[in-house]
Design a binder for this molecule. Sequence first.
Ligand SMILES: Cc1ncc(COP(=O)(O)O)c(C=O)c1O
Length: 679
Amino acid sequence: MERRDIFITATDTGVGKTVATLALATLLQDQGYDVGVMKPVQCGGDDARFLKKSLSLKDDLQDINPCFAREPLSPHLAFKRQKRKIDVPKILAAYQQLKQKHDIVLVEGAGGLVVPLRDDYFVADLVRELNLGLLVIARPGLGTINHTLLTIEEARRKGLEVRGVIFSEISSRKRGIPERTNPREIAKLSGVLVLGTIPYLKSLRRPEILRRCAGMVDLKRLLEPSAGVSTARQKQLVDWDKKYVWHPFTQMKDWLNEEPLVIDAAKGSYLIDTRGNRYLDGVSSLWVNVHGHGHRHVNRRVREQLEKLEHSTLLGLSNTPAVELARKLVSIAPKGLAKVFYSDNGSTAVEAAIKIAYQYWQNAGRKGKKYIAHLANSYHGDTLGSVSVGGIALFHKVYRGLIFKTIKVDFPDCYRAPKDKKYPDYAFECLDRFEAMLKKKHGQIAAFVVEPVVQGAAGMIMWPKGVLKRMRELCRRYEVIFIADEVATGFGRTGKMFACEQEGVSPDILCLAKGITAGYLPLAATLTTQKIFDGFCFDYKDQKTFFHGHTYTGNPLACAAALANLEVFKEEKTLSRLAPKIKFLSQKLPMFYNLPHVGDVRQRGFMVGIELVADRQTKKPYPWEERVGARACEEVRRHGVILRPLGNVIVLMPPLSMSLEELARLTDVTYEAIKKATS
Ligand SMILES: Cc1ncc(COP(=O)(O)O)c(C=O)c1O
């Protein structure tokens, strides 16, 4: 059985740790648990005996309190004065004894986490050796935010899992503003659960505890099994990662010299590492998660599908979820899209789109239309076809010898229009140049591929209104297939289901991936119009078939997750509930301009880019080697938030389900981290 033992520490001495331990043990006993308690180190006083007696425990006092010193001093000193040393193996052995006898063991520390047990060994080190989740007991009044946050920070620094904070009232004083607001503030600032308050107890007798404490503490969440794994297993995973895994987009030389974070579980907006530390998922696990991690409905639908059919090929067969999903996607996609071609990821969705567009014209006998046009600074994925239509030098330069020839279309980064040009007029000037090019070369151009409205990986570059519509019209006028790559923007990220809807645009081909399965499983879809589809329907002998497909195309589990994703959109009214959150973000974001090295803050829906610059006046970028964006993201991690930058642009792209409180924490932590990284 999963153990639920807890180490109880406090923000300070005299906070009411022993009373809290007694109250929690009493409440748990009342729920039918066999509870053991332990006070491994005690200096002066009689807490261990008091707990044993009050809880009617039969355990040996030696096991409840293996290390005792007479004087009420810091343990390292109290034991030194008795010419003894705290015996850690003895503590560990006593804990093993109690563990075997009880369902739950509550281990009460001595003072706070940084209390020395020996000159070189602190309470936090003992918690780590016992491998227990931590409960922090805090005073409710003024000053407790500071003490509690310091305790949590130290716990995280030592790699401990903080299960929660409980307030302990040690006097009958009336509750003032600090008492009323501290729980919310601490939860918001730390990301740790506040599990309740132990009220002031005049008498420590069982009936009084049960009467006064009933419903005051969230025992269920306190006892949720820890997400972490043992210390030995943590080390093993890190070693194996370094030995066997080659990470994407990662300089592995650096990686091998760092301590990687290994994610073990997730719930809602939080990722949880092997130590049980919780992190706000500020980029939706690379722009994929939609309704939060471990969503009950999506879990259930995937589980149900698993019991029926895990996989069957779409080459020569069909399968139920793939059919149902195709119908659903066509029903919600911009008008005119009629057919769904499945693959597994964003790059393959674009790859298929490019090949379909190219072959469409070949099949039609328009052999000259063989070039794909794309924006010069675009990103559409990492397979060679999608790299060919990409233009991010850092990623793509080295493959120049391998990729096919394309037509690059210059389009302004909204923040960096030339000095003498005004934005957004300049964007439309560029479109005039695009038109001039189409006029001349449209006979050679098969398709134009773009990310509508927001160019994500290019640095969260956002277009002024009207650009998308005009691009679409130009493509129609010059017989160029218009491919909208909504791998990043699709499924609500810009505030509408698809970014194309922002301007009422229907592309000829639509590429979807990332959020399509709510971030559960790899799946992509390339949607086309009936006209394009018909361009492939000939006799087999004509050799005009689309000879393209991947083994896991239309995987039933992934399609079931995608169907569940769309059901949740409808059931939970995700898009209408998103609108106030987008507004909230737009009210929070201007504060970033208070930081002198923030050059630009861009937002479209739940997609945000905060561009850091060496000089705001001249917009001079930080040299990429300085990794200023990466440093800011390392800093947020220390405060329980996960972000991943795009060079000097800090990206926020939270799950659509993120609450206002979590959004506030995400922006506040990011603000402080940028401040630190750029000072
Ligand atoms: C717009 C766009 N297209 C394509 C891709 C490639 O998707 P994948 O990483 O799933 O291959 C990405 C990935 O970030 C993207 O943002």
